[in-house]
Design a protein. Structure first.
Length: 107
């Protein structure tokens, strides 16, 4: 429960702070990807490889789409990026959900 609240708080704060726009009609996948990557950079998450970051974001949403929990999604990110702080993991996870699988945001 605490993890879900943290993720929700992170998503709201990140979205507001970075002004990451919701995917709009007519927005290309590349535009969405670039907005996501810029949001991650703006939060100071130390990504070294854009392609791997995008793959991890999509894996995170795939796990949620297959019924995985928020905690499992955050653990997936943490395992993939062992050197990231908890804040980095939450920021990345929140932005991934916001950009790629908004259906998993709490109502």
């Amino acid at each position: 429960m605490r993890t879900k609240r943290l993720l929700v708080s992170a998503v709201v704060a990140i979205a507001a702070a970075t002004c990451l726009a919701a995917p709009a009609v007519g927005q290309t996948q590349e535009q969405i990807d670039q907005a996501f990557l810029q949001g991650v950079r703006d939060k100071g998450v130390p990504i070294k490889d854009d392609t791997k970051a995008l793959e991890l974001a999509r894996e995170t949403c795939n796990l949620l789409n297959e019924g995985g929990s928020t905690n499992e999604a955050l653990q997936l990110i943490q395992k993939a990026q062992k050197k990231w702080s908890d804040d980095d993991v939450l920021s990345f996870g929140g932005l991934a959900v916001y950009a790629y699988c908004k259906e998993h945001l709490p109502q």
